[in-house]
Design a protein around this ligand. Structure first.
Ligand code: ATP
Ligand code: MG
Length: 437
């Protein structure tokens, strides 16, 4: 029996997305969700708000032997929003007014009408009705904004994929996607295919070439690598190894993961899709510790990253962008003599920033970041990309690291932020460099 997983294509619509004014976040988001479900994504297509192009994209996808097509956008009330009609036609279904849906949308619009009394009630009723006209027999997903989502199967006697039709605004699309996967026609569309699983291993502090070697050695060790579809990529300075496999081949995956663990145990930090940011937040919360930062070259990016999760006030005390030497001295309390002797980009300065942040913000852990993000400002001893990150806890444990990052200014800044997150994880795990500086 050949192992075939469910296959899907994503069709992103919107002239603003095609033209580059809005960059597509729905395609990648849907692709990740489909991947998590084990569905193989064959393509992401972006077309403008033109019915002919949309139709052509749907027809082109017919050659891909798809079980599912997921569309994004074009469900609004205006005339250029025509996805529902094009999908209905393509699935061989007549368009019909759904009374219950019309009433539901009217209910959503009512408060708007009273807020803007000068709006024409007639025009609103017309656009309301347009959004309630759906392919006959479609499963309707209740609107989160005003646009409903749809799950449309081919009409009786027709072959073809089931189409999940979702609105363009990302917040609405994401909420309706979660509703769509719970529907009966969605389950039917992927039923009969071999269930696939996807796992991810995340590693840090390892060149990508090492992974290539590990893949070879896994094959040498007799792991059934042909049962695994493995892709590795470098993202934000971390290596992600994504593996897809038929649910029945989990043993091959476990054998592979065991080899990665044995060879790269120190670098492997996540095998459950968790991000370093999730882990650091959870550890700080669990230990009841708070962190404070003093950043030079990252200009607040680390503080932004640490405070990204809701509830961050439980473990982030605060931070300061100490960009000039004057601010490093006057606000953070770095000694003038220290900067004069070692320079602002030095282990000593990074530690003094960490200590200053910790003391001034009253946190248990301080982090200091300093470096040369470039493109100018480098020297022979301190080339562009040189950064120092220092962490010191109130119990005296410390980690101080120098790194030399390649890439543009924004890449150096991002990599530095990632390094700081990983060093914070290690400090929280109990690592201590000792008083080397
Ligand atoms: P609306 O009722 O808002 O018109 P719609 O389903 O017609 O809903 P679109 O008109 O396609 O949605 O998009 C509305 C807005 O949502 C866009 O202007 C854009 O800001 C955002 N958006 C749409 N598609 C995408 C996308 N692929 N990625 C990111 N944002 C998007
Ligand atoms: Mg629209």
């Amino acid at each position: 029996v050949p192992r075939v997983s469910a296959r899907a294509a994503i069709l992103v619509t919107g002239t603003e997305v095609l033209g580059g004014r809005v960059s597509d976040s729905n395609g990648p988001w849907l692709s990740e969700r489909l991947g998590e479900l084990g569905v193989d994504v064959a393509q992401i297509t972006i077309v403008g708000d033109r019915p002919d192009d949309m139709r052509a994209a749907l027809e082109g996808s017919a050659r891909l032997a798809l079980d599912l097509v997921v569309t994004s956008g074009g469900l609004g009330p205006t005339e250029d929003d025509l996805t529902a009609r094009v999908v209905g036609e393509w699935s061989g279904r007549a368009m019909v007014l759904d009374d219950a849906l019309e009433e539901q949308i009217a209910e959503i619009l009512r408060p708007m009408l009273s807020r803007w009394p000068h709006l024409s009630a007639e025009a609103i009723r017309a656009s309301n009705r347009k959004q309630a006209v759906v392919p006959e027999g479609a499963t309707i997903l209740a609107p989160v904004g005003t646009a409903p989502g749809l799950v449309v199967t081919p009409a009786e006697g027709r072959a073809g994929p089931t189409v999940v039709v979702l609105p363009g605004p990302p917040r609405e699309l994401q909420a309706l996607w979660l509703a769509a996967v719970e529907t009966e026609p969605f389950a039917r569309a992927v039923a009969g295919r071999t269930p696939y699983e996807q796992r991810m291993l995340r590693l840090y502090g390892l060149p990508e070439s090492e992974i290539a070697e590990t893949l070879c050695s896994a094959a040498d060790a007799g792991v059934a690598m042909d049962e695994l579809e493995i892709t590795t990529c470098l993202r934000r300075g971390e290596i992600e190894i994504v593996t897809r496999f038929a649910a029945g081949d989990a043993a091959a995956y476990e054998a592979f993961a065991a080899i990665v663990r044995a060879r790269h145990g120190a670098a492997l930090f996540s095998d459950d899709f968790s991000l370093i940011d999730d882990q650091v937040a959870a550890m700080l919360l669990e230990k009841g510790l708070s962190v404070a930062v003093a950043e030079s070259c990252t200009g607040g990016l680390l503080a932004a990253r640490l405070t990204e999760r809701p509830g961050a006030s439980a473990y982030v005390a605060g931070g300061v962008v100490a960009y000039s030497d004057h601010v490093k001295e006057s606000i953070v309390g770095v000694a003038h003599e220290l900067l004069a002797q070692h320079g602002a980009v030095s282990a000593e300065a990074a530690l003094a920033l960490a200590d200053g942040a910790r003391a001034r913000f009253g946190a248990e852990v301080g982090i200091g970041v300093t470096g040369i993000a470039g493109p100018g400002g480098g020297s022979e001893g301190k080339p562009v990309g040189t950064v120092w990150v220092a962490l010191r806890a109130d119990d005296g444990r410390q980690i101080v690291r120098r790194a030399l990052f390649p890439g543009s200014r924004s890449e150096v800044r991002e990599r530095t932020t990632t390094l700081a997150m990983h060093l914070l994880r290690r400090l929280l795990l109990g690592e201590d460099d000792g008083a080397a500086v």
